[in-house]
Ligand binder design. Structure first.
Ligand code: NAD
Length: 430
């Protein structure tokens, strides 16, 4: 099931829980019209003179889903498989995520159909600048603020800032977030996703009065988000017992030193080759760690399973075998809606993606606030404010879950929808 089908199913579930009467009257069609249809869709053809002198046209998109709660906000991805349907689903996802977090932002997403690895640095720059020239009238610091996404980075955000400023005729750092820290970016943006997830998870663990040193964590996807989460959880005293990447995983019941694993992954490229290395550092025999397949890793004995790889990892097939008490979804859409029902029945608590990985967009919002005020916050200040936002959203989601006797995911959708509904009513659109 695709990300958009999953999201639609989840939204419908939440809408039904909120207003069963409206559902019975067939009012969900209206509801879908209001919440799912994007407000604006921009499609551009971007001409680029390539290094060999030939002209190439690239297809680009920007979908502005909904700005009821504030300016449109969402990343721009460069990928050969980008298509309009995907960009629409991701823009919708941003509206929901910003609303769950209580941010004064709407949702958007952009993309260019390109494999940037096949382009030179100069070609990527020309492509980025040409894209900005085509959408310059549709973005702006108080209207639509892009950010990095798949295959785009702080350097590309600097190019957007520069090109837009030239067109606007004034310095406009607020047109984009995720800029380098020395070019009006926010401190902490690079690890904000993982940090936000850890704040919420730690709050839940403390509520349950669990002892961190005895709390066993398995991390699927030891990449950017998963690697940082391992470091942060280890710093809080958690016991990391398993990790994986696309090539497979390792389980080390005595615990994994996350720094050694990060270092080993750089050297050996794959997590599964690191068991022995991590063991040696602990002065233990190689047998203390075992290699496991990606499927086996998810089904290991542990207290917390962090999903930081891909979508659709927990399905009806493996949901009955999950042994973790809590799941933290740093990846987008890692649990299918049917698997969610099984986890609910089995009492596995899922901290849903739209809350768990919203630390990134929250710090992007902080970057906008800093740019607008012409100030730069310290890292401590950024994380103090991030913690406050994450915990407030989490507590409100928990309250909704109690009120509607539903999962945290359903409650997060209910919170997001309720805020947007109230916003539409305030604008007399409902
Ligand atoms: P990444 O590419 O750095 O890391 C992904 C990791 O998952 C890689 O190590 C890869 O080898 C591994 N992987 C792939 N398939 C796997 C499988 N079947 N089993 C186990 N591991 C597998 O990406 P990232 O930036 O860390 O993002 C991870 C997820 O988090 C994505 O879904 C992304 O959309 C989401 N996310 C990331 C951020 C962020 O700021 N990095 C923000 C929001 C959401």
């Amino acid at each position: 099931m695709s990300l958009s089908e999953n999201t639609l199913k989840q939204i419908k579930k939440a809408a039904f829980l909120m207003k069963p009467d409206r559902h019975a009257r067939g009012g969900d069609a209206e509801f879908e019209m209001l919440f799912i249809t994007p407000q604006r869709i921009i499609e551009v053809n971007i001409p680029v003179k390539m290094d060999d002198g030939k002209l190439k046209i690239f297809k680009g998109f920007r979908v502005q889903h909904n700005n009821t709660m504030g300016p449109y906000k969402g990343g721009i991805r460069y990928h050969q498989d980008v298509d309009m349907e995907e960009v629409k689903a991701l823009a919708f996802w941003m509206t929901i995520k910003c609303s769950v977090m209580g941010l004064d932002l709407g949702g958007a997403k952009g993309g260019i159909v390109v494999n940037p690895k096949e382009l030179s640095k100069g070609e990527v720059e020309k492509l980025t600048r040409a894209y900005v020239r085509l959408i310059a009238n549709d973005i702006g610091p108080t209207f639509d603020i892009p950010a990095p996404d798949v295959n785009t980075n702080p350097e590309i955000m600097s190019l957007i800032y520069d090109e837009y400023s030239k067109i606007a005729g004034k310095d406009s750092p607020g047109v984009v977030t995720g800029k380098p820290v020395d070019n009006h970016g926010s401190k902490g943006r690079d690890i904000a996703t993982a940090q936000g997830g850890v704040f919420v998870l730690h709050e839940l663990v403390q509520e349950q009065k669990m002892v961190t040193a005895e709390t066993r964590v398995v991390i699927q996807g030891f990449g950017n988000a998963g690697g940082v989460v391992a470091k942060l959880l280890a710093a809080e005293g958690y016991k990391i017992v398993g990790a994986s990447d696309s090539q497979g995983g390792i389980i080390c019941n005595y615990g994994i030193d996350s720094e050694s694993l990060l270092q080993c992954k750089v050297e050996k490229k794959t997590v599964k080759e690191c068991g022995l290395h991590v063991t040696e550092l602990h002065g233990l025999s190689g047998a203390s760690c075992k290699k496991v397949s990606n499927e086996e890793l998810l089904e290991q004995e542990c207290d917390i399973l962090v999903l930081a790889a891909l979508e659709n990892q927990i399905t009806v097939k493996n949901a009955p075998k999950i042994k973790a008490k809590f799941i933290l979804e740093l990846a987008n859409g890692p649990t299918s809606p049917d698997a969610d029902d099984i986890l609910k029945e089995r009492g596995v608590v899922v901290i849903p993606d739209i809350l768990a990985n919203a630390g990134g967009v929250t710090v992007s919002y902080f970057e906008m606030l800093q740019n607008a005020a012409g100030v730069s916050w310290s890292l401590e200040e950024v994380f103090e404010k991030l913690k406050e936002k994450m915990i407030t959203a989490f507590k409100e989601v928990q309250q909704m879950a109690e009120k509607y006797k539903c999962t945290l995911r359903e409650a997060a959708y209910i919170r997001a929808i309720s805020r947007i509904e109230a916003g539409l009513k305030a604008k007399s659109l409902l």
